[in-house]
Ligand binder design. Structure first.
Ligand code: 11C
Length: 352
């Protein structure tokens, strides 16, 4: 029989996309149980065309569950993922709570699917959306050219900060809309938007904000450290040199990154194109003569990582510059989690 799946955090920004995905992907699940905070319990949500009542997070909610996806804040995962695992569920956790735990694999199915099988804690971690938005492309190129260093800048969407981020951006856009003078004098955007900045440290409408996450040592942010640490772990390159600058932009959903990747081998652009065209999870969209390149407006709602603006660095034949976009709620979160859960489901229900 098909395994029972629990979706913890079913009502959040990622949870909402997860229910959409579960309704359209190949149906490998028996019961799908929706779990959320007591505040959301009793709500009915649609999955696979049926209304399902959300139940409150509790130990008993995991009775009979074989796979549990967690799309909740770090502290909720830290407390509840081990409880679900102790009850026998394989947990696929999308928070930051366990990603760097040496006993928890950090999995991207296109890159390191085999890692999912070794999970001594019964927990598999899903990477951060910014890492995920570039790593499928970088990983495919690493296989051939051997990655040595990454210098990246992110252009992150508001929905990376959850439903509150989305609401904040729409509210701010409404406040500045129609005013054809705003954005011409220092401080005028702040004045119109007022004090309610939501989860962002500066106005996001008509602006870019060089900050995501919280402050870590020496001026680096948590998000920048995640890009570095998680890339190293997923690629199995503990000494990979990584410098990331994470920036929030007024886009609702889809993270973009400018990537400068340096390899041990000389980069051959024709071969790069071939790799990006033929590897799973990637869409090569790079026709500069026709002004064709990925932008979040075209990428949102799609599954692959889109890659364009491919250039061999002018001053370094071992380095490649490119622009990548990935839907941060799909591949960046719900889709990768679903793909990992499907790997586990395939283990639990052997074919033939
Ligand atoms: C953002 N990437 O865009 C963050 C959100 O570690 O899962 C996801 C945080 C995480 O703000």
């Amino acid at each position: 029989s098909k395994p029972t799946l629990a979706v913890v955090g079913a009502t959040g920004a990622v949870g909402t996309v997860m229910l959409e995905l579960l309704s359209t992907r190949q149906d490998v699940w028996g019961e799908i149980r929706l779990i959320a905070s007591p505040r959301s319990a009793g709500r009915k949500l649609k999955v696979r065309g049926e209304e399902v009542e959300v139940i409150a997070l509790s130990e008993r909610a995991f009775d009979g569950v074989q796979v549990a996806m967690f799309d909740v804040p770090d502290e909720v995962s830290a407390e509840w993922a081990p409880i679900a695992a102790a009850k026998g569920a394989v947990v696929v956790d999308n928070s930051g709570a366990f990603r760097m735990d040496p006993d928890v694999p950090l999995v991207v199915p296109e890159i390191n699917p085999e890692a999912a099988r070794h999970r001594p804690k019964g927990i598999i971690a899903n990477p951060n959306c910014t890492t995920l938005s570039m790593i499928v492309a970088v990983g495919a190129l690493h296989r051939v050219f051997e990655l040595e260093s990454l210098v990246v800048a992110s252009y992150q969407a508001a929905s990376g900060a959850g439903q509150a981020g989305i609401e904040t951006l729409y509210d701010q856009i409404a406040k500045v809309a129609g005013n054809r003078e705003i954005g011409t004098r220092a401080g005028d955007v702040r004045q119109v938007i007022g004090d309610d900045l939501g989860p962002f440290p500066a106005p996001l409408a008509l602006n870019v904000v060089p900050w995501a996450g919280s402050l870590r040592e020496n001026g680096w942010t948590s998000e920048e450290m995640k890009v570095r640490n998680e890339s190293r772990k997923i690629l199995g390159l503990p000494n990979l040199a990584v410098s990331a600058t994470c920036v929030r932009v007024p886009v609702v959903t889809t993270h973009s990154l400018v990537v400068h990747a340096r390899f041990a081998r000389r980069v051959d652009l024709a071969q790069v194109r071939e790799i990006l065209r033929d590897s799973p999870g990637l869409l090569l969209y790079d026709e500069p003569e026709r002004l064709e390149f990925p932008t979040p407006a075209d990428v949102v709602g799609t599954d692959p990582t889109w890659v364009g603006r491919l250039r061999v660095a002018l001053d370094d034949p071992h380095a490649l510059d490119m622009f990548v976009c990935g839907d941060n709620l799909r591949k960046g979160a719900a889709l990768n989690t679903a793909q990992i859960a499907e790997l586990v489901a395939a283990e639990l229900t052997p074919q033939g």
